[in-house]
Design a protein around this ligand. Structure first.
Ligand SMILES: [Zn+2]
Length: 427
């Protein structure tokens, strides 16, 4: 068989990942590779078990075409979402379906100890079946910080400064670790799995404990010179505002429209404890507004107004076709989105504003876990070592990987509020 080049593998695996099921003809059209290259590569991948035949399509001329798919259970990822008010960890299959989920409470605003992240990953790895354990390809993490070129993370919301998270986790598990800022990993997930499929110019705005934006322009992820593009939350939207941001400035979008700050303003207006505005209570503020609570309506109106203003700047600057909103805002679509759309129409250039589709994500609450898996898959394709692994014959031998680490973390205390979920389909 002629030599198969790595790029053919990458191109074909990407198409299979995005389309889920596709014919040989569909792969040739999507990759623009020649027929022989696609045939040789598919033959090898079928022999290895990396891809599977799942049926046949009858064409109008009576020909039969094989339908192919990725063998989703061939490889797994351990993933973590450190963005939300709960720490979430999962074992996912190759295409990001969650096979095992671990969640635990975390008091937003406190420093997050790296050992808790390591324990969460360990929990999902150890709770997989033996073959899953040995087939874990990589670890993917969505985090809310800023990562420098050396891979060190600074995250004010987690209390981290220049933390070499990937190195610490890789050393412990001996599995490659890929990190991405949450807003950017979400736009990747939307681009690969959600509403932004086949959309070259789109943005994903995450509105939760923080606010950030991931941007695809011309089909390429915008990173910025220092890798910190997308810090939408620290856009000054009100020069006269007293609202103090975690970054130290006043009047940042995040200081007005992030979930903890919505709760803070509501509590200040209603005489509650504005000093501890954390947890899940932003959903309660949404609910209060639905019931006609005047304070909730005023606070959410202000948040939506400034979110809309920020999105109008985004619309003018990048002229996206689609803006997807995710994070806590997916639960407040009815109380926030109409005002946001009005503000974009009011402040952005008419042509750009009228043509941009603004909607909430349909990938649900698991988007950051799926995003981390999606990111890990993409990075695995770019890594020659991992690509070779994916394209090698699959064996289901018992674990070769041993997790090293301090004995003291082996017996993890399971918090009462933790939740485990093993989908029936995984058994
Ligand atoms: Zn700020």
């Amino acid at each position: 068989m002629p030599k198969i080049c790595d790029q053919w593998y990458r191109d074909i695996l990407r198409v299979l990942y995005q389309r889920r099921t596709v014919t040989r003809r569909g792969i040739i059209e999507a990759t623009r590779l020649n027929v022989a290259s696609v045939s040789h590569t598919l033959q090898h991948l079928l022999q290895c078990g990396t891809i599977l035949k799942v049926g046949e399509l009858q064409t109008s001329r009576g020909r039969k075409r094989e339908v192919l798919t990725l063998n989703a259970e061939a490889w797994y990822f351990a993933v973590a979402d450190l963005e939300g008010s709960r720490l979430r960890f999962a074992l996912t299959n190759l295409i990001g379906d969650i096979r095992f989920l671990w969640e635990e409470d975390w008091e937003f605003g406190n420093k997050l100890n790296v050992e808790r992240v390591i324990n969460g990953i360990k929990t999902v790895i150890q709770n997989g079946r033996p073959e899953q354990y040995s087939q874990i390809l990589a670890i993917g993490i969505s985090h809310p910080g800023i990562m420098d070129k050396n891979g060190c993370i600074t995250a004010v919301n987690l209390g981290w400064s220049d933390l070499s998270l990937a190195a610490e986790i890789e050393e412990r598990f001996n599995i490659p670790v890929f990190l991405e800022e949450a807003h950017r990993s979400c736009v990747v997930a939307e681009h690969w799995l959600g509403a932004a499929k086949d959309v070259a110019d789109c943005a994903y705005v995450i509105v939760g404990n923080g606010i950030g934006v991931g941007i695809f322009l011309g089909g390429h992820l915008v990173q910025g010179h220092d890798g910190i593009a997308g810090e939408l939350g620290h856009l000054t939207v009100d020069l006269n505002a007293d609202d103090k941001c975690n970054c130290g400035k006043r009047g940042c979008l995040e200081a007005i429209a992030s979930s903890p700050n919505i709760v803070r303003q509501y509590l200040e207006k209603t005489g509650g404890d504005g000093e501890h505005p954390y947890g899940h209570r932003v959903l309660e503020v949404y609910e209060k507004a639905r019931q006609g609570d005047a304070a909730a309506i005023v606070v959410l109106d202000r948040a939506a107004r400034y979110l809309g203003l920020a999105l109008s700047h985004l619309t003018n600057l990048f002229n996206p076709q689609l803006i997807v909103l995710g994070g806590d805002i997916i639960y407040g679509e009815d109380v926030l989105l109409p005002r946001i759309r009005d503000e974009v129409l009011r402040h952005a250039l008419p042509k750009a504003a009228e043509n941009v589709d603004i909607r909430v994500s349909n990938l649900g609450a698991d988007i950051l876990l799926k995003a981390a898996a999606s990111l890990a898959f993409q990075n695995a394709l770019e890594s020659p070592t991992l690509l070779r692994k994916i394209c090698s014959p699959i064996s289901f031998e018992l674990p070769a990987v041993k997790i090293s680490g301090p004995r003291s973390v082996a017996a993890q205390k399971v918090p009462r509020s933790s939740r485990l979920r093993t989908p029936a389909s995984a058994s």
